[in-house]
Design a protein around this ligand. Structure first.
Ligand SMILES: [Zn+2]
Ligand SMILES: [Zn+2]
Length: 680
């Protein structure tokens, strides 16, 4: 550093010095090309001359010279002034040169200025310079203030150098709440949660009172409810339980661990309302897929006179998304317009429209967004892919690459999903094989799952099996289920048995697998095997969750379960269904009795097949909605083949769109066909 300072920045000075160093004291202005004000630069020159002198003669004579020219004290002040202005201007190079100089001459600036310089080092990621500042403020017996050491500890944390931060923290003669909180937050953010909790205990033993920032970091470090209860106790002891941020952090963490009742207790203890806390509790329920309660709380919040902000609306949109409440989501959209430029909120809106199967609205939202990030692009690509618009998804991916946005793990998943859906085996394989090279992303379990789906759909079952064996990670039940599904379509009995065994090893109570396997046997008239599978299901007490379908009418959700007659209009719905079946039968609809055996809803008679929950929900949509309006259903299980045929024919007969969202994909029924291409 020192050598560069002299040799590069002052070559002219150096050469002049060789002839007559004293003469250089006068023509100061020639150094203005360094951008230093001449009156500040003057002492620098004097000191630099001394430094050169130092290199050439003994220290004593240099000191004597310094003394003789009488620049020591005024130059120190001016040097500090110059140093400060560089620090505040965030001119790292010049500040470091000045620092080097100060170091040589045992001059120190004030702590605030150093802190400014450290902030500049953090912003630039300048680790070497940051370490130099650290050395400087501890050199020659100088004792930096606690606040300055805290800033240095924070710098190491920001550089992700936790060992250095801890070492410096350990050396501190005095530690205050900021010192402790910096370390606790560092460990918490780096997932060293145990360490963060230990630090809290040490802190309390040291007699330092934690503040809201300490607790919000500690709470984030809590892994599981046991730790959480202890930290909650400590918060009450310290008397911070009514602090808005602590309360909101407590609600967030209880929600994160799925303890919504505990979160609700903390929320209900709140005496004075606060938007932050409302947002936490609404967000908690929305994230735990309890959209109903999230929306109830949202209504309560509004009745208390609070105005929703971006965070509230994002959560409410999430709730609408999980419930597939398109109409309510549209209403929220009206509020979103107030925050038109908010990226996170727009992404939530986009996701809501995609998940509610309203691609037109999603596309409009996407096109209107001024700022788009990788999440916006990925959401739209996946939206197109899952809703059966593969070409559009792939076109959008091309546009994304042109825009310069770097795809991530999820984007590639959407692209592969689109390829798989459109039967583009080669394209899918290309992206899978080259994702690492093209985008620097290692294929994960989900990408393998997509490939298995792609190959399975194309009937390349052996290849799919081979791929599963090549996986870096252990295949999970989802991947085996994908293979099992493909085996069913392509009637490969041996592989189906193998896949089913693997699933039941990983998830022994998976009723869906038993049923899928028995269906596959039934399709090949292997009744003995069917009976055996049914028998082991019965013996194991394994029951399938009942099929349930939901439909939103006038912002109300109506649920339909097979055999459940609790809906107030069930008689009207049933008679409508009977009429429709008669009319469809005239058009050539034959209830596919194969699916009685397939029995995805848990009953085994033809009449039960006719009353599958989605059929009831569709009928309710027909009697309740205006004639041309799209009927949108959400379902907890995969749609059975009979309901699929039924919906296709009905869409044609009634000339209206029907959208069914099952746990995996969307079926857009229109004019006698489905967007899934009859593969699901
Ligand atoms: Zn069905
Ligand atoms: Zn379909």
């Amino acid at each position: 550093m020192c050598g560069r300072f002299w040799n590069i920045q002052f070559p002219f000075l150096h050469s002049r010095f060789k002839t007559n160093w004293y003469s250089i004291m006068k023509p100061i202005s020639i150094f203005n090309f360094h951008g230093m004000p001449s009156q500040i630069f003057e002492p620098l020159v004097s000191l630099s001359l001394l430094r050169i002198h130092l290199q050439r003669s003994s220290f004593c004579s240099a000191a004597a010279m310094e003394w003789r020219i009488g620049l020591n004290i005024p130059s120190a002040n001016q040097l500090i002034n110059a140093f400060s202005s560089y620090c505040y201007q965030r001119d790292l190079d010049k500040a470091m040169k000045a620092l080097d100089f100060m170091q040589k001459h045992r001059i120190w600036a004030d702590s605030v200025t150093y802190a400014e310089l450290i902030k500049c080092c953090i912003a630039r990621g300048a680790i070497i310079q940051g370490k130099q500042v650290h050395q400087h403020v501890f050199s020659n017996g100088y004792e930096p203030k606690t606040f300055l050491i805290n800033t240095l500890v924070n710098m190491y944390v920001k550089f992700n150098m936790l060992d250095e931060a801890q070492a410096l923290f350990d050396q501190m003669p005095e530690r205050n709440v900021v010192s402790w909180t910096t370390m606790i937050a560092a460990y918490s953010n780096s997932e060293f949660s145990q360490k963060a909790l230990e630090m809290l205990i040490q802190m309390l033993r040291d007699g330092v009172r934690p503040n809201m920032y300490t607790y919000s970091s500690v709470l984030r470090a809590c892994k599981g409810s046991c730790n959480l209860a202890q930290v909650h106790c400590s918060i009450i002891k310290v008397g911070l339980e009514s602090d808005v941020f602590v309360r909101s952090a407590l609600i967030d963490i209880y929600s994160k661990w799925g303890e919504l009742q505990a979160a609700l207790c903390v929320f209900n203890e709140m005496v004075t309302g606060d938007l932050v806390v409302w947002n936490s509790i609404i967000g908690g329920f929305a994230q735990n897929s309890d959209g109903d309660e999230a929306l109830n709380l949202f209504k309560r919040m509004k009745s208390f006179g609070f105005c929703a902000d971006q965070s509230t609306l994002t959560s409410v949109l999430r709730a609408c998304t999980s419930l597939a409440l398109l109409e309510l989501g549209r209403q929220v959209h009206v509020h979103v317009i107030k925050f038109d430029q908010d990226l996170v909120l727009n992404n939530a809106l986009l996701d809501m429209y995609c998940k509610c199967g309203s691609l037109h609205d999603a596309n409009c939202t996407f096109n209107r967004m001024v700022e788009k990030d990788v999440i916006s692009w990925s959401t739209m690509i996946i939206g197109f892919a899952q809703n059966g618009y593969s070409r559009k998804a792939l076109e959008l991916f091309k546009a994304m690459r042109v825009s310069g946005t770097k795809p991530n793990y999820i984007t590639i998943l959407g692209v592969m999903f689109a390829c798989s859906h459109a039967g583009l085996v080669e394209d899918g394989q290309y992206y899978f094989r080259s994702m690492k090279k093209l985008f620097g992303i290692d294929p994960g379990r989900e990408h393998y799952g997509c490939m298995v789906d792609l190959l399975g759909r194309a009937g390349k079952l052996e290849e799919a099996m081979k791929l599963i064996h090549e996986m870096d990670c252990e295949p999970d039940a989802v991947i085996w289920r994908t293979l099992l599904g493909a085996c069913g379509v392509h009637r490969n009995m041996d592989l189906a048995e193998c896949a089913a065994k693997q699933i039941l090893k990983l998830d022994p109570d998976d009723a869906g697998t038993y049923i899928l396997l028995s269906n596959i046997y039934a399709n090949s008239q292997r009744w003995k095997d069917v009976a055996q599978v049914r028998g082991s299901m019965r013996d194991g007490g394994i029951k399938k969750e009942p099929g349930c379908s939901w439909i939103e009418i006038n912002k109300q959700i109506h649920a339909f379960i097979l055999g459940d007659k609790s809906h107030p209009q069930i008689d009207e719905i049933s008679s409508k269904l009977n009429q429709v079946i008669w009319r469809l039968k005239e058009m050539g609809y034959v209830p596919d009795t194969n699916f009685v055996l397939q029995d995805l809803e848990g009953e085994q008679s033809e009449s039960s097949l006719l009353y599958h929950s989605e059929k009831l929900a569709i009928m309710f949509g027909m009697v309740s909605l205006p004639k041309k309006k799209t009927i949108r259903i959400r379902k907890n299980l995969r749609i059975c083949g009979d309901c699929h045929v039924f919906a296709k024919l009905l869409a044609k007969m009634e000339n209206r769109c029907i959208v069914i969202r099952d746990p995996i994909r969307y079926h857009h029924f229109h004019d006698g066909a489905c967007s899934c291409g009859d593969y699901w």
